[in-house]
Design a protein around this ligand. Structure first.
Ligand SMILES: [Zn+2]
Length: 447
């Protein structure tokens, strides 16, 4: 702590490795992988030494943590699934109770019980550093006012991360949290933010509230929308139609980010908006097939990450369950760090429709992009012959698109057409926004 009277939050004092890596993302791939090798081997050594779970796992597999020299040795190590963490949560904690500063909970979209992620002060500092780097990437500076429309409480990580990153960047932060759209709009008028951070559906709702009261969200001065929780682009990196209308609504540029509580690290797009840049000093990323073997460059597979420098609850080869791909070519922005494409879907949500593989998220993004569609969700079951039965439930407003028109649009975009059933707005919202969940739920797997 400093000796003066100046108050600084602890995570700002403990400055995570900031200077050492400032220009790393513009360095040659060789230099980047050299550094990653070093950080990774240190990470594995420390983790095996301090984490009861990994100590036991390495012993069980007769592995020596000290023998891991770098990324090429990673394949020798077993992966860690969400279920592994959920079943052995406390054994993953690698720091003493005194060293733990914050407890985050996952939003439990995949398992019944949320996972607890224990963070040390250094982890909080790392989180702030990571989010400051993301803000740098999209040109946010101290003259910006950033309104965070995501929960900073309820043990939620994202809101906290953005808030700390913004403070570190020197921006003015507005802790809007997860209030109603009407409250958020009042707060926007009062605080005049230039940047909004939140889930796209909330950003849309806030804009709609403004329009309904005869006001103009596109004139309020918001320049950037930082989207969390949903992929915005298709496999060709084009902005999906439903999100293009969000940019028009606010007359602002939309940026995609991808992260999860366990990985405590974000992939954020740069100004080019062609995939989320990896921060090489913060994470090693692999794309693996069903047998946990690396796929060829550019191919799709499961995103598996090893977050570097985490001390509270370090992980090795964490399986996110998300399907995406890596883009290795240097970006037009000049950064040479690899980029992660949009998440195409959840690994265990993959559907087989007439021999074609499709994700619920792809069907939903097409449906939600059709004018007049207000809500949509997907239900998957099994047919008597063992194949998947997929039904899209859709509510419509005005104009009111027909199921035939929706089928045509789906065929044009994803080549397959699930059954389509029109339901009322009330039925749809009741199903999609269950009270007990933090995120909206648009896929129901009854297989
Ligand atoms: Zn870039």
């Amino acid at each position: 702590m400093s000796n003066g009277n100046e108050f600084k939050p602890a995570f700002l004092i403990k400055d995570f490795q900031a200077k050492q890596y400032s220009d790393l993302e513009f360095e040659s791939p060789e230099k980047m992988s050299q550094l990653q090798d070093k950080l990774l081997s240190d990470h594995i050594k420390e983790t095996v030494r301090k984490s009861p779970y990994y100590r036991a796992l390495f012993k069980q597999h007769q592995l020596d943590g000290d023998s891991i020299q770098g990324i090429s040795d990673l394949k020798k190590l077993p992966c860690t699934s969400k279920e592994d963490i959920s079943r052995n949560n406390d054994d993953f904690v690698a720091a003493s109770g005194e060293e733990i500063s914050d407890i985050c909970l996952t939003s439990a979209t995949t398992s019944e019980k949320p996972t607890a992620v224990y963070q040390s002060l250094s982890d909080l500092s790392r989180l702030a550093y990571n989010e400051e780097a993301a803000f740098n990437m999209i040109g946010i500076n101290p003259s910006d006012t950033v309104m965070v429309c995501a929960a900073l409480d309820r043990c939620f990580m994202a809101g906290l991360a953005y808030y700390m990153g913004g403070l570190k960047k020197g921006a003015t932060m507005v802790r809007a949290g997860s209030g109603s759209a009407a409250q958020q709009w009042q707060l926007i008028k009062r605080t005049q933010p230039t940047v909004l951070v939140g889930v796209p559906s909330l950003m849309r709702k806030i804009g709609d509230v403004a329009l309904e009261s005869g006001e103009k969200p596109d004139r309020i001065g918001i320049k950037k929308l930082v989207a969390i929780g949903e992929p915005l682009r298709d496999g060709d990196l084009n902005l999906m139609p439903a999100y293009a209308t969000l940019e028009t609504l606010w007359k602002a540029r939309l940026y995609s980010t991808y992260a999860s509580t366990e990985m405590a690290t974000t992939f954020c797009e740069c100004e080019e908006r062609q995939g989320g840049h990896l921060r090489p000093e913060l994470m090693v990323v692999e794309i693996l097939d069903d047998d946990q073997k690396p796929v060829a460059a550019g191919d799709t597979g499961e995103v598996v990450v090893t977050p570097l420098g985490v001390t509270g609850m370090p992980l090795i080869r964490f399986q996110t369950g998300d399907i995406s791909f890596l883009i290795e070519e240097a970006c037009r922005c000049g950064r040479t760090s690899p980029r992660l494409g949009p998440v195409l879907g959840r690994k265990n949500h993959m559907l087989k429709l007439k021999g074609t593989t499709v994700f619920p998220s792809s069907i939903l993004s097409v449906l939600e992009g059709i004018e007049g569609v207000t809500h949509a969700y997907i239900e998957a079951g099994k047919k008597a012959d063992g194949t998947d039965r997929v039904i899209s439930y859709v509510s419509v407003g005005a104009p009111s698109p027909s199921p035939e028109m929706m089928a045509e649009t789906l065929r044009a975009h994803i080549r397959v057409v699930p059954e389509i059933k029109i339901i009322s707005e009330e039925e749809a919202t009741k199903k999609i926004f269950p009270r007990e969940k933090r995120k909206k739920v648009t896929f129901f797997d009854l297989r």
